[in-house]
Ligand binder design. Structure first.
Ligand code: DGL
Length: 263
């Protein structure tokens, strides 16, 4: 496998672009392939079997395009499918992601942490194992956010409806004494500026995009797969839904101009 080969990244929709930002910032020489499974978004309420099938199909596509590594830029897909993909592709560097419970447990002072994530993530065995491992000394309150992914997919990052939804989930968490909120879905960093307005300054907002980029860097270095400095890095984007709809919202979420291709 050539070190100039691209890294394949996917999510149910645009959320993984928040992770792609972190990868682009940390690894500017890497070419990136991004698949938004917009034809099947949201994953949050779908069965693990369905998400596994989608993850298999998208991973096979990214490998056909020459990907040297895969990033599941989606907490819900990681919970449902990362073990299966690692079994299918034992030689391939694969990075998954999970809500930042460990860092949150380290920063909370009140000892109460809120987790905003999809139902799929919160119901998963992987999330239960994460709590067992890292949250024994803190109280964790989970909050699914049905409808929030759809708002973000529509580019409604700071509209009255998005604000109202968010307020309804966050206020009870604050009332319970949460001083740390985990953004446990890759869509949510896009509404961080809005969330910041709704919570006191003392509340920490934590997500794992930067940690994912670091982990990817380590895996590529271990396998001597880092792209050479000065590599003409490209970004290519596909959507399994309507490429025009994604193109319309993309300028709010990604700062380079990229043509969206149909998957
Ligand atoms: N962005 C996703 C995650 O990190 C999935 C959102 C969804 O499609 O429900 O969980």
């Amino acid at each position: 496998m050539s070190s100039q080969a691209p890294v394949g990244v996917f999510d149910s929709g645009v959320g993984g672009l928040s992770v792609l930002h972190e990868i682009r910032a940390r690894l500017p020489d890497e070419s990136l392939l991004y698949v938004a499974d917009s034809g099947h978004v949201p994953y949050g309420e779908k069965s693990p079997e369905f998400i596994r099938e989608r993850s298999q199909a998208i991973s096979a596509f990214l490998l056909e395009q020459g990907a040297k590594a895969l990033v599941l830029a989606c907490n819900t897909a990681t919970a449902a499918a990362v073990a299966d993909l690692r079994e299918r592709y034992p030689q391939l560097p694969i990075v998954g992601m999970e809500p930042a419970v460990k860092p949150a447990a380290a920063v909370t002072r009140s000892g109460v942490v809120g987790v905003l994530a999809t139902s799929g993530t919160l119901k998963s065995a992987k999330f239960a194992a994460l709590l067992d491992r890292f949250a024994s000394d803190v109280r964790v309150i989970t909050q699914p956010c049905p409808g929030l992914v759809e708002q973000i997919e529509a580019g409604e990052l700071d509209t009255p409806r998005t604000r109202e939804l968010l307020q309804g989930w966050v206020e009870p968490l604050l009332a319970e004494g949460c001083d740390t909120l985990i953004l446990g879905c890759t869509h949510y960093p896009f509404i961080k500026p809005l969330l910041r307005q709704l919570v006191p300054k003392t509340v920490s907002l934590v997500d794992t995009g930067a940690a994912v980029a670091r982990h990817l860097q380590q895996l590529l270095e271990q396998r001597e797969l880092r792209a050479p400095q000065g590599n003409a890095a490209q970004t290519r984007v596909w959507s399994s839904g309507d490429p025009q709809a994604l193109s319309a919202v993309l300028p709010k979420l990604w700062d380079e101009h990229v043509e969206v291709l149909a998957l």
